[in-house]
Each structure stands twice: as structure tokens, then as C-alpha cells.
Design a protein around this ligand. Structure first.
Ligand code: GLN
Length: 479
């Protein structure tokens, strides 16, 4: 039994049946991290002590014959934008290099309460701003499938950790595509739940009306198991929705025949790589063979999604990041003479170039005289994009698109061209703006053996249907 290849259920039952121990599992993952991660860079901080304590607790339960909780003994990685009590949480930024939160984010607390073992904190773009993980203040992450390429971002460390068997599952965050795009580039499953489905308490905010927490996993079932664990109302986050959480696992095996799958031409236009197009078209045919009805839909405002996203996200970021001033926590410039000099130097010395660009763009968009032209207009277009989906979902149960226009690009390829980098999210930002759930699953490889991702979008709070379609596609591929 190769411990590093186990899924949630196989790991949990191996521990329950005493075929292995949680301790051996943890050790096996740490030894893999030690061997592989210097070349990949997926982790920023390892939490060995915390992991061993939790593993010991799980092993004692197993030894006493008590039924293990649903994620009992399962090693996980946490994107370093989620607070972990007593454990350095950096958001990939120098400004939080030594920040030790006094609290756990709800998602992490729920995972641990369900028996998961946190191995460490995963690398990411600074404040989750980026599509390649090259904006981490510490070091980039390399794609485990091809080390000359990026793993995607901003949850690049989470995706790479799962792809390189250095965690069974991971948590990531998605504001404009940061779970689904790296999942696609690394050949794993990435699920962004509906806005409000998962509590954001303890998530370091980037753009609060767009931020989502969700799982990266090797299988659709594992993604569903993690979602079931972290979903649901949390009194600590007033935007978390009081909507019942269905049994996603039971939903997985409902047949998909008769489901209506939407295909929108707006997601197959210029800029879509021909190999990606072919793989996604093949996947649509595979769904048709499983009995899905393929229906054309139109999402006419899609072309405005990227500019809309970059107004809304930067406006919210400029406001959220105002709290990093060197006073309450994080980095503080040493050589300041006055208070405002201290603010200025702190932010100048400790924010990276992309974060500064976003703060400036956002501040500009919100400034008096420009507000109506930019922010207000972007909000209106956001409503139009949401209505596009509302209309389409009157006709279909899910919408299938490519996750990204291309497979993983080379490190350094887009670092000097922010616009080209922003366009990597052209198919993912729409779901964040509309607040609907989306999943990316592997759907083949390019000639260069790079993974391709299929995106499935669903109605608000209907993760069950997209998981079901994803699972049907994944299972058909296995047979
Ligand atoms: N790549 C997008 C950005 O840079 C999305 C990031 C994210 O989803 N956190 O904003």
C-alpha cells in the first residue's frame, strides 16, 4: 500500500482497520515532502507538532475501536491565507512574514474537528493575487507535472501539494479562479462552492464579495467529502448562508442521464488553445454518451467579465489591505521618523509589485469623481453577468466550459505582462462575480503531456449537481 496515494476513504479505513496508523501516514507524507518539496516549493511552513498530536489522537481512537470521524487521519495542506492558531500565516507576503494568528479559520477548525491532520501551510501568490504563484514573496511553486511550468495560482502550493502526493487534499481560496485554474494546470480536482456556502471567518481578505474557500483533491468524491465538512452557516461570518447542506456523497451516484448541460459559444472563442478546445469538446461528447442532453446557451456579457473583475476586486482589495499599516500586526519599517513616514515605508518595503498595482488601481477606481465611471459601472455589469447565468439556468442544469484557455505556461512567461496574466482567468472570473459554484476536473492532456481542465458551473447552492456530473465523467474515464 503506497500511503501517499490514498484517498480520504481509503486512508481513513486503513487506519480504522489498523492496516496502518495515522502516525505512519503523517511520517510518510513528511518524508515525501522532505524529498520532493525543495524542487517544487509547495509548502511555506510545516506544522509537524500539531500534525503528530492529531495523529496520536486518531490512532488512540482507532486502537480503542471507536469509529473515526469522516476525515480521521487524513493529511491535508492549508493555503497560507487561512489563519491557523499559533502557526505563522503569511498570505504569501513579507508584510505578514512573522504573523502568528490567535485564532483558527472556521474551515480549518472544521477539518480538524472531522479528524484531518494539518501537515502545513501551502505557498500562494501574495494576498492571493496572481495566476502563476510567481507573486509569492518567498519563492515560486513549480508544476509537479513539468517543473519548467507554473502550477497556476493563486492556490499554486495547494494544487502542487495534492498533485505531487504531498497531501491527500488541500484547501484553497478562489476570488477569480484561484482554486479551479491551478487545479486545471496541475491535473487535480478543484471546487469553488457557492458564495456564502463556506464560512470565510479567518480567511485573510482579498476581495470580500468574491472570496471563496474550497477543496483541491485527487477525486471528485474527496472534494465532496471536504465540502461536506466545511460547508454551512457559521455565526462568525455573517455572509455565510443559512442554507441546509445536502448529502453530497449520496448525490454523487445519482445518474446523470436526462440532465441538461449548457454549452456557451462565448467560452470557445479566440484565444482558446486548439488542444484544450478538442479535449473539452470530447468531454462534452462523453457527457452526451452518458445520457446528458447538450443544449446551446448564451452568456452575452462574458466579454466584460475581466475588466469588471479587475475593478471590483482591486477596489475591495485596496480597502481590505488598508489594515496593513505596521501598527497592529506584521512588518514595520525600522527607519521611520513620523507616523505617516512609518505607514509609507512599511507598505513600500513589505508589499510586492502586484499588490501595489492592485491597491493603486482600486484606490483610483474608488476615488471621488471616478466612482460612477468605474466602480458603479462595474457593479452594474456584474448584475448583467449574473442575469446571464440566471437566464441560462432556466434552460439547463449545469454549464460546461474549458477551465482555462491554455495548459500551464512557463515560469517567467507572463511576469512582465500583467494583462496576459489576467487573461488566464477569462473563463473563471464569471462564476466568482455571479456567486455560483464551479468545479474543474482533469479532461485529458496536451501533446506535451500537460493536464487540461474541464469546468462545470452550477446554480446557486447546487454544488450537488456539478459534483454529480463531474463524478459521472470521472468514473466513465476510469472504466
Ligand atoms: N488570478 C486572479 C487574480 O489575480 C484570481 C486570484 C484569485 O482567485 N485569488 O486576481
Amino acid at each position: 500500500m503506497d500511503l501517499n496515494l490514498l484517498t480520504i476513504d481509503s486512508a481513513r479505513s486503513a487506519i480504522q482497520e489498523r492496516k496502518t496508523t495515522s502516525m505512519s501516514l503523517v511520517e510518510s507524507f513528511y518524508s515525501r515532502i522532505q524529498k520532493e518539496d525543495s524542487a517544487i516549493g509547495a509548502y511555506l511552513t510545516l506544522t509537524k507538532e500539531r500534525a503528530l498530536e492529531q495523529a496520536d489522537r486518531i490512532d488512540r481512537m482507532a486502537a480503542e475501536g471507536k469509529p473515526l470521524p469522516p476525515l480521521g487521519g487524513v493529511p491535508v495542506a492549508i493555503k497560507d491565507v487561512m489563519c491557523t492558531r499559533g502557526v505563522r500565516t503569511t498570505a504569501g507576503s513579507k508584510i505578514l512574514e512573522n504573523f502568528i494568528p490567535p485564532h483558527d479559520s472556521t474551515a480549518v477548525a472544521r477539518l480538524e474537528a472531522a479528524g484531518a491532520v494539518v501537515l502545513g501551510k501551502a505557498n500562494c501568490d501574495e494576498f492571493a493575487m496572481g495566476s502563476s504563484n510567481e507573486n509569492s514573496a518567498f519563492h515560486p511553486v513549480r508544476n509537479p507535472r513539468d517543473s519548467s511550468r507554473v502550477p497556476g495560482g493563486s492556490s499554486g502550493g495547494s494544487a502542487a501539494a495534492v498533485a505531487a502526493d504531498m497531501a491527500v487534499v488541500a484547501l484553497g481560496s478562489d476570488t477569480g479562479g484561484s482554486i479551479r485554474q491551478p487545479a486545471s494546470f496541475c491535473g487535480v480536482v478543484g471546487l469553488m462552492p457557492t458564495y456564502g456556502r463556506v464560512s470565510r471567518y479567518g480567511l485573510i481578505a482579498f476581495a470580500s464579495s468574491l472570496d471563496h474557500i474550497g477543496p483541491l483533491a485527487k477525486t471528485v468524491t474527496d472534494a465532496a467529502l471536504v465540502l461536506r465538512t466545511i460547508a454551512g452557516r457559521d455565526p462568525m461570518d455573517s455572509t455565510s448562508a443559512d442554507v441546509p447542506v445536502p448529502d453530497y456523497i449520496a448525490a454523487l451516484n445519482h445518474p446523470v442521464s436526462g440532465l441538461r448541460i449548457g454549452v456557451a459559444k462565448e467560452y470557445f472563442g479566440d484565444g482558446l488553445d486548439s488542444e484544450v478546445r478538442k479535449a473539452v469538446e470530447d468531454a462534452i461528447q462523453a457527457l452526451a454518451r452518458l445520457g446528458c442532453e447538450v443544449v446551446s446557451v448564451s452568456l452575452p456579457h462574458t466579454e466584460y467579465a475581466i475588466p469588471t473583475y479587475y475593478i471590483v476586486a482591486t477596489a475591495e482589495a485596496s480597502s481590505n489591505l488598508a489594515r496593513f499599516d505596521g501598527v497592529r500586526y506584521g512588518y514595520r519599517a525600522k527607519q521611520a521618523r513620523t507616523l505617516s513616514d512609518m505607514y509609507r515605508r512599511t507598505r513600500d518595503e513589505a508589499f510586492g509589485a502586484e499588490v501595489k498595482r492592485r491597491i493603486m488601481l482600486g484606490t483610483y477606481a474608488l476615488s471621488a469623481g471616478y466612482y460612477d465611471a468605474y466602480y458603479l459601472k462595474a457593479q452594474k455589469v456584474r448584475t448583467l453577468l449574473t442575469r446571464d447565468f440566471d437566464e441560462a439556468f432556466k434552460k439547463v442544469d449545469a454549464i460546461v466550459t474549458p477551465t482555462c484557455p491554455t495548459a500551464a505556461f512557463k515560469l517567467g512567461e507572463k511576469v512582465n505582462d500583467p494583462l496576459a496574466m489576467y487573461l488566464a482567468d477569462i473563463y473563471t472570473v464569471t462564476a466568482d462575480l455571479a456567486g455560483i459554484p464551479g468545479i474543474s476536473i482533469p479532461c485529458g492532456k496536451t501533446r506535451e503531456n500537460l493536464p487540461i481542465g474541464l469546468q462545470i458551473l452550477g446554480k446557486h447552492f447546487d454544488e450537488a449537481t456539478i459534483l454529480r456530473v463531474a463524478n459521472a465523467y470521472e468514473s466513465a474515464g476510469r472504466n
